[in-house]
Design a protein around this ligand. Structure first.
Ligand SMILES: Nc1nc2c(ncn2[C@@H]2O[C@H](COP(=O)(O)OP(=O)(O)OP(=O)(O)O)[C@@H](O)[C@H]2O)c(=O)[nH]1
Ligand SMILES: [Mg+2]
Length: 426
């Protein structure tokens, strides 16, 4: 699938913006245009359509569909993009009516990911997402045809094209899953090695183009691609950072989120995004200079929850303060939001504050434990290594004496075996 992406997206695209509720959000337009550009397309024209209740047949009402036919022809568009998620039936009917290829927002995003995927894992994940998205839509293309044919001669050599297509796609999906599992195992080995170095992991999360890679470059001295195009980053990068007082942690930059990020994509990128759910701390980067930053913030929080990471502590980073017209806004936000800091990743302001807050959060989370763990509870000792920092370990007659810095969750599990009254932070 990935290699076909240029064929899927020819040059000129006609955009259909959809308001599903009453709010008339102009930033939706910039965002879709950005996506079209990132997919290598060109905007030929656009129209706005308020859809309170999408019709089953063509998504937009039939009057609007007629308008669309005229506008798209006038613009000389090759493709129509509807800024929503459409069913297979809706896509096919619209396509028939407009006489042009019709794609939806999800397909567009998947296409961008297909273009950007560089690593083997990324490519596998994108293809899996594309096929999972395509499968139910593939079926509906043939259902009518299948019904007309009736049931006789449907099996064996007489099977329909739908059945063989479906079988092929399903086979490819399971093959991809297997391959992703393999890559994932490899990554887990890498991650386990990282866990052996007892450093906490901090993951950057944020809306696409919020400035995650720019911040990573500044903090870790990396030279990752930072670009105004959406989804500049697909593959996670992790670097070790050391503070002035010698405290070390890992910082991970990963794929950005977007409003209505296709669920197939989130599912397929689950192993990549485990960096997020398994982090000790999340840095939520927000582009406060963006007029719709609050919508973006909510979309990120939703995706974080979808990844099962809402329990991970979070520092909110108000970025791009250099681009703010109202300079007091950043100060007000920081005062209003707990655990937040205002920075400009581009200019470099606020970096000391940010680092201080990260260190405080991390150090707060680790507390010292001294315990004598019986030999039949060896799993706990192992956990100290995996999830904390072991300062001392002695194999004694009656068990393993261990001194470790651990997060609260593991301190509690060790509580029964604590030998000295000391639980102050290190
Ligand atoms: N003015 C200003 N621009 C910034 C700042 N931080 C980042 N940018 C710009 O914003 C754009 C996006 O930055 P990236 O670092 O690529 O954003 P990202 O969050 O990694 O984006 P994705 O990888 O696409 O999710 C680039 O053009 C950056 O130069 C900032 O503090 N101020
Ligand atoms: Mg990036």
């Amino acid at each position: 699938m990935a290699e076909n992406s240029t064929q899927i997206l020819p040059e000129k695209l006609f955009l259909v913006y959809v308001n599903q509720d009453s709010e008339d959000d102009p930033h939706v337009e910039d965002e879709l245009e950005g996506l079209v550009e990132a997919a290598g397309g060109e905007v030929a024209g656009s129209m706005r359509q308020r859809v309170d209740r999408p019709t089953k047949a063509t998504f937009v009402g039939s009057g609007k569909a007629d308008e669309l036919v005229a506008y798209a022809a006038e613009a000389g568009a090759d493709v129509v993009v509807v800024d929503a998620e459409l069913s297979g039936v809706q896509l096919r009917n619209l396509e028939e009516k407009v006489g042009r290829r019709v794609i939806d927002r999800t397909t567009l995003i998947l296409d961008i990911f297909a273009r950007r995927a560089k690593t083997r894992e990324g490519q596998l994940q994108v293809e899996l997402a594309q096929l999972s998205y395509m499968l139910p839509r593939l079926m509906s293309v043939y259902t009518k045809f299948e019904r007309q044919r009736g049931g006789i001669g449907m099996r064996g050599p007489g099977e329909t094209k739908l059945e063989s297509d479906r079988r092929m796609v399903n086979a490819r999906i399971s093959k991809l899953r297997g391959e992703i599992d393999e890559v994932k195992r490899h990554r887990e080995v890498q991650r386990a090695t990282r866990r052996e170095h007892p450093y906490p992991v901090v993951a950057l999360v944020g809306y696409t183009s919020a400035g995650k890679s720019t911040l990573m470059n500044r903090l870790a001295g990396t030279e990752l691609l930072a670009d105004a195009m959406p989804f500049a980053t697909l593959d996670p990068t992790t670097r070790r950072i050391e503070s002035a007082d010698g405290f070390r942690f890992f910082l991970t930059d990963t794929v950005g989120f977007i409003r209505n990020l296709p669920t197939q994509l989130v599912a397929a990128f689950r192993s990549t995004l485990e960096e997020v759910s398994e982090a000790d701390l999340l840095l939520h980067i927000i582009d406060v200079s963006h007029p719709a930053w609050e919508v973006q913030r909510d979309a990120v929080l939703e995706t974080v929850a979808e990844l099962g990471a809402s329990e991970v502590s979070m520092v909110t980073v108000f970025n791009k303060t250099d681009a703010l017209e109202d300079r007091t806004l950043a100060r007000r936000l920081v005062a209003e939001w707990p655990d937040s800091v205002a920075v400009s990743a581009l200019v470099g302001t606020g970096m000391e504050d940010l680092l201080a807050m990260v260190l405080k959060q991390l150090k707060d989370r680790f507390g010292l434990v001294r315990a004598l763990v019986p030999y039949d509870q060896n799993g706990l000792v192992e956990a100290c290594h995996r999830f904390g920092r072991v300062l001392k370990e002695e194999y004694r007659e009656d068990g393993v004496y261990i001194e470790a810095e651990l997060v609260d969750e593991w301190r509690q599990k060790l509580a029964r075996f604590v030998v000295a009254a000391s639980s102050g932070t290190g």
